[in-house]
Design a protein. Structure first.
Length: 191
């Protein structure tokens, strides 16, 4: 009975996140953090930080990867499936309904105005997720240097109209971090 209640709670929480959040995974991160860390304590802030990094680094949408991880943590394989279903079902239902009436739907002035508001809200949610993650970056030289170099690289690429993949920057930052970790462990072993 307790397991069924937990599974229902997982489904309900992620269904609500999927239903009321537009803009993809980055817009959902702060909503997921609020629901899973702040309100329910299902995972810690540190686990959420790690989860975002792993979810971004693995194939698939960030929000779905987050839901799957939290579901697995709370209810094993069944919990992962239930949380994932809760996250994707609203999008499926909305897309299915819209596709039935797409031609008429996009012509409605109310819908066009709603999408303008949604764009603004998505931008705010993404900025909020970035702000939360930025505040928790360790105030050490390596993480701050990687942040500044990555941001500078992306801005320079944008200004110069160069095509540099953000994935390439993430892989480079990961390689530098692993190298720094290996060097610090080697230095610690020699003492």
């Amino acid at each position: 009975m307790k397991q069924q209640k937990r599974l229902w709670e997982l489904f309900r929480v992620f269904f609500r996140v999927g239903l009321f959040t537009f803009g993809g995974g980055y817009a959902m991160i702060s909503i997921i953090e609020d629901a899973c860390v702040e309100r329910r304590g299902w995972i810690t802030k540190e686990e959420m930080d790690d989860l975002v990094v792993v979810a971004e680094s693995t194939p698939g949408p960030v929000a779905i990867n987050c839901a799957t991880f939290v579901g697995a943590r709370q209810g094993g394989v069944v919990g992962a499936a239930v949380a994932t279903l809760g996250m994707v079902l609203p999008s499926f239902l909305v897309i299915f309904a819209v596709s039935r009436f797409l031609d008429r739907f996009l012509e409605l002035r109310v819908v066009a105005n709603a999408f303008k508001g949604i764009k603004l809200a998505v931008g705010v949610l993404i900025l909020d997720a970035g702000r939360r993650l930025l505040r928790r970056i360790p105030k050490k030289p390596l993480p701050l240097s990687l942040l500044v170099l990555s941001l500078g690289g992306m801005l320079a690429a944008s200004w110069l109209s160069l095509r540099i993949s953000s994935v390439l920057l993430m892989l480079a930052a990961g390689a530098v971090s692993l190298l720094a970790l290996a060097l610090s462990r080697k230095g610690g072993a020699e003492k």
